[in-house]
Design a protein around this ligand. Structure first.
Ligand code: FES
Length: 94
């Protein structure tokens, strides 16, 4: 028997998949980080997993100024400008 929280997470994930929705959502924040939520893990270049201590939502630095990379520590504030507006990539080259 799985713990209640794990069971609920698995049920939520299955429901998202049935509805055709992505199990992981990345939000590109204007002038700041990338917020990740859903079902994910973050690994280093050797495949070692970053321990998130139960966090289900984290923000990754994309400005390069965090002292806690790859995670955002708020250092971007006032030092990074990028208005995040979604667009389509060109067709994939084959
Ligand atoms: S995006 Fe927040 S510190 Fe870089």
């Amino acid at each position: 028997m799985q713990p209640y929280v794990v069971q609920n997470s698995l049920h939520a994930l299955a429901l998202l998949q049935i509805q055709g929705m992505a199990a992981t959502k990345l939000t590109i924040n204007s002038n700041g980080s990338v917020k990740i939520e859903g079902d994910f893990e973050i690994v280093d270049k050797e495949g070692r997993v970053y321990g998130l201590n139960g966090r289900e939502i984290v923000s990754l630095c994309r400005c390069g100024q965090s002292s806690n990379k790859p995670f955002c520590d708020g250092s971007h504030k006032g030092h990074f400008e990028h208005e995040a507006v979604a667009f389509d990539l060109p067709p994939k080259k084959v």
